[in-house]
Design a protein. Structure first.
Lengths: 920, 127
């Protein structure tokens, strides 16, 4: 429907954009402004997990088995929760020992075994080939849908080789992979351009798929409920059992979930982006919540699109094409093009990363070891150039392999079924890697046997049948077994039937793989190298880079530099050796013997370029003398472990010390603060004492010096002297009271106190103060039981203080003071003293209970208080588990209320809870 | 014409005693009971000397002293601070703010009268 040239143009423009982004990112990286040191770019690059399979195939699977498509995302989501435990360890190991691929990891763990590395590389390549084919098929068929829709027959017709876009796509991707995947020979150097391009593609495919989903759900239908309601009434959907259970039952669910959980780590492209390209272990933390969210987003509309497709199209349309066909059917060519680009990006992202990862793996763990072993490399060959060229050639070969597989099985399979074949293949890596990381006992022989057997079973139960179904081997092979031997049927091995092919294959491969790994490891003797590597891997968090100085033999610095130079270029080699020496403060001459650390460093760098096994061989070829014995190495490792343990304990101690210091500092601060408070208190008291004393002394001297003063004035001055003396006495009493209260509860009596009686006695005691002025004093209440638990003298003091306070502040001419005792809310007794004085402003209502706080501007002409009376009241109230506060309207008087718990409550100790410290 | 003293203190009895002493010594007296009143009183015509308490509501003695020293028309106006805060730091603070002298409460009546007379004599002698 769309003109061919426009599709080609858009595809070419898109790939051009991708080139641009990768180039730009590489340039920035070279200038030290890396884009990949970012948890979000890291997470998006992990989303390379979502390929054309997700983009087109999930919908296809949903039409066959409903929610089963979700298992492929459930597994990774569950695994993401374990990433901090598993993935972080893999990343740490890989960084420390410069491991560049899955094959290298396995080889290195099991004693730097060339055989294991090679085997793993072969498994990876053969296992991933169907997956690459899947992407090519998806791109090719999406192209056809765009081109021929709605002519379904033309869409589904196989095309000749030159007419098929898959070939051109493969060529284009090979070019990209070569350009950005083989810039450096050291595979531990990051492929920043590739990572950023892949992260970008993850955004494109998400946007495209969400657009398709929103279009279908909200444009074609009226939201989710409308869509599901209409789909449910559709006959074809009901008969498919779409909304019911999944074929294969729980077994299939479980299998698919575990398979995909393995795949998210052990697929070579996932390993490349999550492990090799990881810049910072902390990024894993972000990815482990963000990546599941990405998966959720991209799966949101799978079911709606599947249902909409089934209602819209007949059985002749492949459900893998629904995503694209739905907008086209409505005449939205531009949206179709966007979705096509989304699918294209999903496919290209996978192919690029997978081929690069595989090429490095095969080159380091298969080709280079073979070349080295055959000693085909004369010293004159420029090895670094050779290795880069080998990788380039491998990229082409791997893509070609994928393309051939695609040609063989083209269109015979649904996308998802092809992908799952690859999943089972990479699941074979799980037993040797997981066991190798957590179990020191796993041996090389066990891993070799398990991996080989698992791979063979995979070939037999999945790969061969997939070829058979295309007609190459003959259908009888599947139905009746080779030569009619029933118990060798690939889908029902040893007579076990009733499982779908994937579950069946997963069951058998895992059984033989893990079984042999465990069984043989239990009974095989492990070599020294194996035991060393096992210790290095399992205890990786106890290791540091300087560990593992396993060389006691000698080599000159010049030899090492020459060796390194052959693989990574002389300039780079001399830089690496120089930098290493500098960090250690060594001075190097070419003829000097290299330290063991330098030898080890060179081996690690070499491992990044040619794999750990080959690096081992190369270094041992120039080092004279033996490598350290097992005992020697283990001794070093133990010593390092002990040192690390020791330094950990030291760190712990110093932390404890730091904490103790901090506590001491806090205590000291508190003491200083208390000291300051005490100073303040003394200064306040001194000020309050000096003030009346000043008047007394001044008038005393005046009276003394003026014996002829007239009587009235003499009388006035004497009156001042007397009143100020009283004030002084009051103040001294209150300071003494305060110090008594502060001295604690020991001297306090504990008795049942009737607050009514306290009120009456306090009124009697203060009667004199009131009778001097014109203030009227009344007592109210006294009906019910008002017994509290407490010290009668203190409570009396509280009541008297409140009354004398009221006497001071009530209206000078028509003063009225009222004391009232009654029940408070809950189980409490309240004593309230009300005056008709000027009232107290809001800002003063709290502070009035602080020491020496005086409400200044309202008491002109009044005798001054000590500023301690109310503060003492508060202390007494709180010591009795009570509260005290004031309610007031300025101009209309105030009411001071003290609320105390009634006797018989739970509080029988006084003052224990009151912090007097601020008072001293 | 006799010289005028402004007495500033929030303690009425202290004001009373100082007023008596200053009048007896032949000065005219005005009084204020807080910092703001004192500044208002000085606005019309400044006195010849201020006896200034420190701890007062609404602008304490330090603030009043600062204000006096900031205003050019009051330049050279003698300020004697009176305080019940007897610590050295407070004394130094008062002098640093520009007070001419600092008398600690309770004071000797003779000392206050002598000090006021002395400062005013010096001031006159100097011009």
């Amino acid at each position: 429907m769309l003109p061919e040239w426009s599709i080609l143009l858009v595809s070419a423009l898109y790939v051009g954009l991708l080139f641009g982004i990768a180039y730009f990112a590489d340039k920035l990286g070279d200038r030290g402004r890396s884009l990949v040191n970012n948890p979000y770019v890291y997470t998006l690059s992990i989303a390379v997990y979502c390929t054309a399979w997700t983009f087109y195939g999930s919908v296809g699977l949903a039409t066959q088995s409903g929610m089963a498509f979700l298992t492929i995302y459930l597994g990774p989501t569950l695994m993401a929760a374990l990433w901090w435990l598993v993935l972080r360890k893999i990343v740490r190991i890989s960084k420390l020992y410069r491991i560049t691929s899955i094959a290298d990891f396995i080889a290195s763990r099991y004693g730097k075994s060339m055989a294991l590395g090679g085997l793993a590389a072969v498994i990876a390549v053969i296992g991933i080939t169907p997956y690459i084919a899947l992407q090519l098929q998806a791109v090719s068929s999406s192209f056809d849908v765009l081109l021929y829709f709605p002519d379904v027959e033309a869409m589904e017709t196989p095309r000749g080789v030159w007419d098929d876009k898959a070939l051109y796509v493969a060529v284009l991707l090979a070019a990209f992979a070569i350009l950005f995947g083989t810039r450096h020979i050291d595979a531990t150097e990051r492929l920043e351009g590739m990572v950023v391009a892949v992260a970008f593609e993850s955004v494109v495919k998400l946007v495209a798929f969400l657009s398709a989903g929103i279009f279908v759900t909200f444009w074609l239908f009226n939201g989710f409920s409308d869509l599901f309601a209409r789909a449910a009434s559709h006959e074809a959907i009901q008969s498919l059992g779409l909304l019911h259970e999944i074929p294969g039952g729980y077994g299939a669910w479980l299998t698919l979930t575990i398979l995909s959980a393995f795949a998210i780590i052990f697929l070579p492209r996932q390993w490349q982006v999550t492990v090799v390209e990881n810049v910072n272990e902390d990024h894993i933390r972000t990815a482990s919540w963000l990546f599941p969210l990405y998966l959720l987003a991209i799966n949101l509309f799978v079911l709606p699109i599947a249902l909409a497709g089934m209602t819209a199209f007949g059985p002749e349309m492949s459900p893998d094409n629904y995503v694209l066909a739905l907008p086209l059917a409505e005449g939205h060519g531009a949206l179709g093009l966007l979705i096509y680009i989304g699918g294209f990006s999903a496919a290209t992202g996978m192919v690029i990363v997978a081929t690069i990862a595989l090429a490095i793996m095969v080159s380091n763990d298969l080709v280079v070891p073979i070349l080295l072993r055959k000693q085909a490399l004369s010293p004159s060959v420029d090895l670094s150039r050779l290795i880069v060229n080998i990788r380039r050639l491998l990229i082409c070969c791997i893509l070609l392999l994928g393309y051939l597989y695609y040609l063989l099985i083209a269109d015979a399979y649904a996308l998802v079924s092809i992908g799952l074949i690859s999943f089972v293949a990479v699941a074979q890596f799980a037993p040797p890697i997981l066991a190798g990381m957590f179990w020191k006992g796993a041996s090389r022989a066990g891993a070799l046997a398990g991996l080989s057997a698992g791979f063979l079973f995979w070939l037999y139960t999945l790969l061969l049948p997939s070829l058979a179904e295309t007609g190459i081997l003959g259908q009888g092979f599947i139905a009746h077994g080779p030569g009619g031997i029933e118990w060798l049927r690939p889908y029902g091995l040893f007579g076990i039937t009733g499982m779908d092919p994937i579950t069946h294959a997963f069951f058998w491969t895992m059984l033989v793989n893990a079984g042999l790994l465990w069984g043989i490891s239990m009974f095989s003797r492990r070599g020294d190298m194996e035991r060393i590597q096992a210790a290095l891997f399992v205890d990786v968090f106890l290791r540091s880079e300087r560990d593992a100085r396993f060389w006691q033999g000698t080599a000159t610095v010049g030899d090492l530099q020459e060796l390194l130079g052959r693989f990574i270029g002389n300039e780079q080699a001399s830089r690496i050796i120089y930098e290493h020496a500098e960090t250690r403060g060594d001075r190097l001459a070419d003829t000097e013997q290299a330290r063991p650390e330098l030898v080890h460093h060179v081996e690690r760098v070499l491992a990044g370029s040619i794999g750990s096994a080959s690096a081992r061989v190369m270094v041992s070829s120039i080092v004279k003398g033996e490598a350290l014995s097992f005992e020697g190495v283990m001794e070093i490792l133990d010593a390092t472990s002990r040192t690390i343990e020791y330094s950990r304990r030291l760190e712990q101690k110093s932390k404890e010390l730091e904490q103790a210091t901090q506590e001491l500092r806090a205590a000291n601060e508190r003491l200083k603060e208390l000291d300051h408070l005490k100073d303040e208190f003394v200064s306040m008291v001194s000020h309050e004492l000096r003030t009346p004393l000043t008047s007394i002394r001044a008038f005393g001297e005046i009276l003394l010096n003026n014996p002829e003063m007239d009587t009235a004035q003499r009388q006035q001055f004497l009156d001042v002297v007397v009143r100020e003396s009283e004030r002084l006495t009051r103040l001294i009493n209150q300071v003494l009271d305060l110090s008594k209260i502060e001295s604690g509860s020991a001297e306090w009596q504990l008795a049942d106190v009737d607050m009514d009686r306290i009120g009456r006695e306090a009124v009697e005691a203060t009667r004199q103060i009131f009778s001097e002025g014109k203030t009227e004093l009344r007592i109210e209440g006294g009906a019910g039981d008002a017994t509290v638990k407490g010290d009668p003298d203190r409570l009396m003091q509280l009541a008297i203080n409140l009354l004398s306070n009221a006497a001071k502040f009530s209206d000078p001419d028509h003063g009225r003071v009222r004391l009232r005792v009654d029940d408070g809310p809950g189980d409490t007794v309240q004593l309230a003293v009300t005056d008709n004085g000027p009232g107290i402003g809001e800002s003063d209502r709290q502070r009035i209970f602080e020491k020496f706080h005086q409400v200044s501007d309202l008491q002109a002409g009044k005798p001054k208080g000590s500023g301690l009376g109310l503060a003492i009241c508060r202390l007494i109230a709180e010591a009795h588990w009570g509260t005290i506060w004031v309610e007031s309207e300025p101009g209309e008087g105030s009411t001071f209320i003290c609320r105390l718990p009634r006797a018989g409550g739970e509080h029988c100790d006084l003052t224990a809870h009151v912090d007097f410290s601020g008072w001293r | 014409m006799s010289q005028e003293i402004l007495i500033v203190d929030d303690e009425a009895n202290i004001v009373l005693s100082l007023e008596f002493l200053m009048k007896q010594a032949g000065f005219q007296v005005r009084t204020a009971e807080d910092g703001e009143q004192a500044l208002e009183a000085m606005e019309d015509h400044p006195p010849d000397l201020v006896l200034l308490d420190v701890m007062m509501p609404r602008k304490n003695g330090y603030e009043v002293c600062e204000e006096i020293r900031r205003r050019p028309e009051w330049a050279g106006l003698p300020v004697v601070m009176l305080t019940a805060k007897g610590r050295d730091v407070e004394r130094e603070k008062g002098l640093a703010l520009g007070a001419d002298d600092y008398i600690t409460k309770p004071f000797s009546t003779q000392e206050v009268v002598d000090k006021v007379k002395e400062i005013l004599r010096d001031r006159q002698g100097g011009g």
